[in-house]
Design a protein around this ligand. Structure first.
Ligand code: NCD
Length: 307
């Protein structure tokens, strides 16, 4: 049966465990998976800029022995002629076995999934969500911290438009005894639909602050994010807010020794390059983990589609 992943909550905690187990097995035994998707095609439809997410999906499919068809630019596709997302999804269903799609509009991946006859993976829909980045984040947290519960998780930067933040909160809110520290300028606070419907609704403790330094000592995970320039309505606001938080070694002075520093990348100025050599920096590990989790997800969805 065809199954799509639009939101991280489309996957149950048990399915997440299954994906994590597959990813860890791929890391240990890559040769076992080298031909697992032979004869299958992944179409990457990216109507918004991306480097790592698209390449990560494509590398994932190659490492599974499958092939890749790619649209990398809305301007060079029929979308520029006015084709709807639904029609594009129907057309691509005739060529490929699975779609990974990124689109600037919230809800676009869901529209594509409803029209497509093959599985659709949401690779980011506007400021809404980004479930496969969360899969990368979860494998990183599991490998670094050993568990998904009992953690104080700081999210810092653009919590309003940062789709990776919304998906990660949704995912981590399902585990016990986690606390969130929301660090942002007033203008970029977490949207109330996430705060109320996810955190308050379930009685999950959280605090909001503008100070990264004050939050630092209590954090087990620090998730830095880029101010999402492309979602701003005016350049002036972006320029004023873009360097609100810059993590450097001085700010890490009061951090825990086992802090896990994350960032979905691309980084602009949010983390000083000097932090890269600190053993607590995990953002390049996240990139690699993302490829393994995408491999696990492609495998699972293609397997289910064949049943
Ligand atoms: C993120 C995204 O696209 O939302 N990037 C990514 O996929 N790794 C974060 C960002 O662009 O800031």
């Amino acid at each position: 049966m065809k199954r799509s992943v639009i939101d991280i909550l489309d996957l149950t905690p048990a399915e997440l465990e299954e994906l994590l187990a597959t990813a860890l097995d791929i890391i240990d035994n890559p040769e076992k998976y080298a031909h697992a998707c032979a004869g299958k095609k992944l179409a990457t439809l990216f109507f918004e800029p991306s480097t790592r997410t698209r390449l990560s999906f494509e590398a994932a499919m190659h490492e599974l022995g499958g092939a890749v068809l790619s649209v990398t630019d809305a301007a060079s596709s029929s979308a520029s002629k006015g084709e709807s997302v639904s029609d594009t999804a129907k057309v691509v269903s005739c060529y490929a076995d699975i779609i990974a799609m990124r689109h600037p509009k919230e809800g676009a991946a869901l529209v594509a999934a409803r029209a497509a006859s093959i599985p659709v993976i949401n690779a980011g829909d506007g400021g809404h969500c980004h479930p496969t980045q969360t899969l990368a984040d979860l494998l990183t947290i599991r490998r670094q911290k050993g568990a998904f519960s009992g953690l104080t998780i700081g999210l810092c930067g653009d919590l309003k438009f940062g789709r990776t933040v919304h998906s990660l909160i949704n995912a981590m809110a399902r585990y016990e005894n986690n606390r969130f520290v929301l660090i942002s300028p007033d203008e970029l606070k977490l949207p109330s639909y996430v705060k109320k419907d996810v955190l308050a609704e379930r009685g999950i403790p959280y605090e909001q602050t503008t100070s990264l330094e004050d939050a630092m000592p209590q954090l087990d995970v620090l998730y830095m994010t880029r101010v999402q320039k492309e979602r701003f309505f005016n350049e002036e606001d972006y320029l004023r807010l873009k360097d609100s938080y810059i993590l450097d070694m001085a700010k890490l002075k009061n951090a825990k020794d086992d802090l896990c520093i994350m960032h979905p990348l691309p980084r602009v100025n949010e983390i000083a390059v000097e932090v890269d050599d600190d053993p607590r920096a995990c953002y390049f590990k996240q990139v690699l983990n993302g490829k393994y989790m995408r491999m696990a997800l492609i495998l699972k969805l293609l397997k289910e589609a064949a049943q």
